[in-house]
Design a protein around this ligand. Structure first.
Ligand SMILES: Nc1ncnc2c1ncn2[C@@H]1O[C@H](COP(=O)(O)OP(=O)(O)O)[C@@H](O)[C@H]1O
Ligand SMILES: [Mg+2]
Length: 261
């Protein structure tokens, strides 16, 4: 993505968004029925950057991704996608603007084949020059041998690869991935996570991913944010956080640790 050239483009746009970013969240609160479970969230992802969203169960990670993806309206704050304020815009419009979400639980159709999933997702994208099936299969070669198989008959790892492949055929500018490794063996997670790095490098997308395997996540990510009880408690370069286990552990323990002190 080109760097911003005009002063207007470089300065914050509508809703405080900056066009050099794939994603900008400013003071976002999100939750359910008007009750926030995530508060005052400030977060950024640049094109080509891989960012981990970490934190214990119930911290608000899925709520955050679903709010960015337009499945949930932010209660307050602004969300910028490639420089445009998009908070509250519905998911199908955000998808057209280059946002793709790999949801928790994958949301595949068990009776459809791998090829059918890819064609359904890629139809619109291929008309506007999206990545071809062939390009995708080079990135995810494991899918090649099961193109004709129904999703319901795939292994967990293959299903997750399909969920990722379905997002990638749209050639997203921002890829959101929720707990890709849920229920998968660590050896499969080690194969899957580096694909996020390739997505960022090969197609220049910004990647924001939620992951429970903290060490694996920090090996793949450029930066990470840690949420606890709906608030950001730690953020930084992955390389720094890798060396700060103590800090990470206490931010995971969050208020429990404070209360026990
Ligand atoms: N549909 C919902 N309605 C009401 N509360 C919800 C809903 N989904 C999640 N929550 C609550 O929001 C909080 C954050 O959940 P979630 O975003 O799923 O956390 P995480 O993904 O970090 O585990 C939790 O307290 C959870 O119980
Ligand atoms: Mg979750």
């Amino acid at each position: 993505m080109p760097e911003a050239t005009s002063p207007e483009a470089a300065s914050p746009g509508p809703g405080g968004t900056a066009s050099g970013h794939a994603l900008v969240l400013r003071d976002v609160s999100a939750g359910y029925k008007g009750i926030p479970v995530v508060r005052d969230l400030n977060l950024e992802v640049r094109p080509g950057e891989v960012v981990a969203l970490l934190g214990p169960n119930g911290a608000g990670k899925t709520t955050t991704l679903e709010t960015i993806a337009g499945l949930n309206r932010p209660i307050t704050g602004t969300i910028g996608l490639s420089g445009e304020a998009v908070g509250g815009r519905p998911a199908h419009l955000l998808a057209r603007q280059g946002l793709a979400l790999v949801p928790e639980g994958r949301a595949l159709f068990p009776g459809l084949t791998v090829r059918e999933h890819l064609r359904l997702a890629g139809g619109r994208a291929s008309r506007k020059g999206g990545s071809s099936e062939e390009e995708l299969l080079e990135m995810l070669p494991e899918l090649r041998k099961c193109l004709g198989r129904k999703a319901g008959l795939l292994s967990g790892g293959e299903q997750q690869m399909l969920a990722l492949g379905r997002a990638l055929v749209t050639r997203p500018r921002l890829l959101l991935v929720d707990e890709m490794s849920l229920g998968l063996a660590p050896v499969i997670v080690e194969r899957l996570l580096p694909i996020l790095r390739r997505v960022a490098e090969d197609i220049g997308a910004g990647v924001l991913f939620v992951e429970q395997h903290v060490s694996l996540a920090l090996e793949v990510a450029d930066r990470a944010y840690v949420l606890s009880h709906g608030r950001l408690v730690l953020e930084g370069a992955a390389a720094d956080l890798r060396g700060r286990r103590d800090l990470l552990r206490s931010s995971y323990l969050g208020e429990a640790a404070v209360a026990a002190a």
